[in-house]
Design a protein around this ligand. Structure first.
Ligand code: UDP
Ligand code: MG
Length: 321
């Protein structure tokens, strides 16, 4: 179990047959220029197209290419977790397959790593070719998350980053099921630094992150790192009963000292609907936490591997199995 591989490039792929050729070409070009040993570890997250076959073909000709093939789609965060579990390199880089993250930036990351940084994360200064809605919601989310949590999660930063072996080992020991990987990396600590870049357009194909997956990721981010939503119920309760009490005084005053009476079936209904809504939202939020507690207690494996292609099994992996 020697570490002959210096760099592991972890690439999660889900239905990426349209871009995978170019991704392989550009990553190979960049990594060869380092003149050091590397591996391209593709994690196939249950693709329904030819992605896995294409990677296997590359792997036949190029020993640097290895494939971890999931039994089904487990999601991006789980795919990169598995990649980190199986990576052998002294430095591990996680990068998207669609070339939105420019592979050339890896060289800059490596430089910072050689200067002694343990985590080098890529911060987006610009996002090209993404919808206004996505950019705005993403920007809002990162700021909201920062306000909600106590740990220092950098703004506008995705999962494109380099991790030193020791950080990667720490990540591999985290057993959490609903993972928000970039938050966990911040939580682990060590010496971290940013490199900036402009996020390109997706080379081809569509985003594999529909709104539903984005919402799941956001909820994972918030619930993994904050209890504040749970406290909201008590804050709302205290505020609303305060308002209710004041209103009671007003009503009593009007009844006792004036001739006016308070009428209104409609206002009653509005208030009723409004507060039932608040109560249900809060119940739902508590449900989000309970569901996650349930996931933890079931303690299922994080992912199921169908096949390890050209990938040697390592001892550390059993840590999670
Ligand atoms: N991905 C994955 N599993 C999924 C969804 C996405 O492995 O369930 C991969 C995808 O192939 C890509 C990366 O995660 O390499 C980021 O996905 P995408 O580019 O579609 O997300 P976006 O950039 O639109 O947020
Ligand atoms: Mg993308």
């Amino acid at each position: 179990m020697s570490s002959i591989v210096k760099y592991s490039i972890v690439v999660p792929v889900y239905n990426e047959e349209e871009v995978i050729h170019e991704t392989y070409r550009r990553l190979t070009e960049v990594m060869r220029s380092t003149k050091e040993a590397y591996e391209l570890l593709f994690v196939n997250d249950g693709s329904k197209d030819r992605t896995a076959e294409i990677i296997k073909e590359y792997s036949e000709q190029d020993p640097a290419v290895v494939l971890l093939d999931f039994a089904r789609n487990f999601g991006h965060q789980i795919a990169i977790t598995a990649g980190m579990d199986y990576a052998r390199g002294e430095a591990v880089v996680v990068i998207d397959a669609d070339l939105q993250d420019p592979p050339e930036l890896i060289l800059e990351m490596i430089e910072k790593w050689k200067q002694g940084f343990d985590v080098v994360y890529a911060k987006r200064t610009k996002r090209k070719g993404e919808t206004y809605f996505k950019k705005q919601t993403a920007a809002m989310f990162y700021r909201f998350l920062r306000a909600m949590t106590d740990i220092d999660i950098p703004l506008d930063t995705g999962d494109f980053r380099l991790l030193d072996r020791k950080v990667c080992n720490q990540m591999n020991s985290i057993q959490e099921k609903n993972r928000f990987v970039r938050g966990l990396v911040s939580w682990v600590g060590f010496k971290q630094i940013a490199v900036e870049y402009e996020r390109d357009e997706r080379l081809a194909g569509e985003s594999k992150y529909p709104l539903k997956k984005m919402l799941k990721l956001s909820m994972d981010g918030i619930t993994s790192f904050s209890y504040k939503p749970l406290k909201l119920a008590s804050y709302a309760g205290v505020t609303l009963s305060g308002i209710g009490f004041i209103y009671l005084l007003v009503v009593m005053y009007l009844k006792l000292f004036t001739d006016s009476t308070i009428t209104g079936w409609s206002s009653l209904i509005v208030i009723q609907l409004f507060f039932s809504g608040i109560i249900l939202i809060i119940l739902g939020m508590i449900g989000e936490y309970i569901g996650r507690i349930y996931d933890e207690t079931k303690n299922r494996p994080l992912y199921i591997v169908r096949e390890k292609y050209q990938l040697e099994t390592r001892e550390e992996v059993s840590l999670r199995d």
